[in-house]
Design a protein around this ligand. Structure first.
Ligand SMILES: [Zn+2]
Ligand SMILES: [Zn+2]
Length: 105
């Protein structure tokens, strides 16, 4: 399982360097060396500029709930209960895909 994670990390690093993989579509995180759903709750994954995990209306980071068992992933602003953006939607999709990839490993 660890071997699969490392292989996927290396593969995604190369694909990103080659310009054929967008950072948003990665299933692994090169900062934390983990599947994206395992570290997405870290503050490193908050970005007010791109609006990854960021509610512009409230100037506030979104909270994260990841359920590996059911594959459910939710990101919500603790103040207004919304806070969605295109970047966050892609991040949620990547988390769901990384849960699947880890399961398949
Ligand atoms: Zn990370
Ligand atoms: Zn909000």
């Amino acid at each position: 399982m660890i071997a699969t994670l490392i292989a996927t990390l290396v593969e995604e690093d190369h694909a990103e360097d080659d310009g054929v993989l967008a950072p948003d579509d990665r299933l692994t995180c090169h900062v934390h060396g983990r599947w994206i759903h395992q570290c997405v709750s870290s503050p490193v994954h908050i970005n007010p500029v791109t609006r990854h995990r960021w509610c512009r209306g409230c100037d506030s980071p979104l909270g994260v709930v990841v359920d590996e068992l059911t594959g459910a992933v939710a990101m919500r602003c603790p103040r207004c209960g919304r806070g969605g953006s295109a970047a966050t939607a892609r991040l949620i999709a990547a988390c769901r895909a990384s849960i699947e990839a880890r399961r398949a490993a």
